[in-house]
Design a protein around this ligand. Sequence first.
Ligand SMILES: NC(=O)c1ccc[n+]([C@@H]2O[C@H](COP(=O)([O-])OP(=O)(O)OC[C@H]3O[C@@H](n4cnc5c(N)ncnc54)[C@H](OP(=O)(O)O)[C@@H]3O)[C@@H](O)[C@H]2O)c1
Length: 299
Amino acid sequence: MTILLTGATGYLGSALAEVLIADQPGAQVVSLTRRSHDYLAGSLEEVLSPEMNREVGEKTVLKVQPEVIIHCAAVASSAECERNQDEAYRVNTEFSWGLAEGAHSVGARMIHVSTDLVFEGATCPEGGFGESDLPDPVSIYAKSKLAAEEKVVETCSNAAICRICLLYGARRGTKVGPLGWMIHNFKSQRPVPLYFDEWRTPAFVDEVASALKALSLRQETGIFHLGGPERVSRVEFGRLVADRYGFSAGLIKEKSRHESESAGFRAEDVSLNSTLLCESVLQIFLSSPERGLSLFEIS
Ligand SMILES: NC(=O)c1ccc[n+]([C@@H]2O[C@H](COP(=O)([O-])OP(=O)(O)OC[C@H]3O[C@@H](n4cnc5c(N)ncnc54)[C@H](OP(=O)(O)O)[C@@H]3O)[C@@H](O)[C@H]2O)c1
């Protein structure tokens, strides 16, 4: 089987690359990336493109002829998307659309990774947002991701959209991520400012990667939510991190998201209800943050 993976240098993509290579001997994993990287060198075949756009997406799929596409690449920083809106739509929406066009032409299954931030989050239902709740994105990042979802569903008949949540786990790829930033501050005895009024359902990146792989091997289509089983605030998550690694929780400085420079597009509560995917489709359990944090060491 040939699997085309985008974003393999990133936080999620690097975990996925590892899962795909370890679990599927004989599978050929082709990474579509802007730059070659040492991580997993020799295990992935690379297709390099300095820019990701609709044409590159479609042409690459036609060239590689994959059975499965797992699409993790994105301009995944909300701040970066606000700064560079054209790039956000080109990469997040148009490139995804091109991949879906290619997938449709070669009959590939496509897993499109999306985000909990498609919800504005001011009125989160008890138990979290379900797949039938209506998205209402506020940031350019979230708008470009939702536009991608719509293009992928319209274009590729064998596509599953997987909206994921805040991820944590060991650092592999090029991105430090929120956990890496927190740990760096804790280790350097610097304040760790965290929002007490932002809630997420964080998930261990390795478990999310395994779930995405499992979904890629099935035939269910449409939208699925994939978040951890517990809703926690950023402050609560920070305390769990401090506790797990023996850092001083006194370094955590509680603040409101309204104090943030990015207050205009910070979502309050985008907790996901993942019952459909975890219980009905895949029959898996994602770890609580406390358990997930116990499953890996930090460097
Ligand atoms: N991390 C989270 O907590 C989280 C939460 C919800 C949803 N998501 C979604 O999960 C997916 C993976 O996120 P991540 O955290 O792994 O992101 P990441 O670490 O920032 O990695 C994203 C990847 O996308 C590619 N990319 C970034 N900017 C690009 C640009 N301007 N042009 C072309 N390619 C670009 C990069 O690959 P190359 O440099 O190799 O080309 C990079 O490896 C994304 O779709 C994101 O929206 C993530």
